[in-house]
Design a protein around this ligand. Structure first.
Ligand SMILES: [Zn+2]
Length: 169
């Protein structure tokens, strides 16, 4: 069996505890609160907790920088027609590496430290986080294949205070 147990052992141990206390058997794949959150992969963010929700309530989409990519749009189309999503919150955060560094410097850092050329990738760094957020929100609002009537908002999560700041998009 090709499973690297040494690297993942404590996860499986913790899962046993999780299974023992599991209480979500009745949930379906529909978002009970009709919400999708697009946020960053940053490990300081617990998206459901930030907005007072729990398993079953919302769809969570994550990537570096909370950017609205083609794959995010594809997922939102499915979520809006088939999984009960009627509102979308795009939620980047303060102190995000994607908003602090520029594209070239991240490629350079990886090349210098690891000897790998990543220039074929677009990391989608942002020079102006609020402007990028407005652009991403607009991209969802104007996406023709999305279910009509989906409400889309942008807010920045403060990783120092936990506060969510609504942004004019
Ligand atoms: Zn981030």
């Amino acid at each position: 069996m090709n499973f690297p147990f040494d690297d993942f052992r404590e996860l499986l141990t913790a899962n046993q505890q999780f299974v023992n206390g599991f209480q979500h058997s009745e949930l379906t794949g529909t978002a009970k609160k009709g919400l999708a959150i697009i946020t960053c992969m940053d490990s300081r963010i617990s998206p459901l907790a930030v907005v007072g929700m729990q398993a079953g309530d919302a769809k969570i989409l994550r990537n570096a920088g909370a950017r609205v990519t083609d794959d995010v749009l594809r997922t939102l189309v499915l979520a809006s027609y088939l999984l009960g999503v009627n509102r979308v919150l795009v939620m980047p955060h303060t102190d995000c590496r994607m908003a602090i560094s520029d594209e070239a410097s991240i490629h350079t850092t990886i090349r210098e430290q690891f000897g790998v050329d990543t220039s074929s990738l677009e990391f989608r760094t942002v020079a102006d986080q609020r402007a990028a957020l407005a652009e991403d929100v607009a991209r969802i609002r104007t996406y023709p294949l999305l279910q009509k009537g989906v409400s889309v908002a942008g807010a920045i999560y403060n990783v120092s205070t936990g506060e969510l700041e609504p942004i004019d998009c």
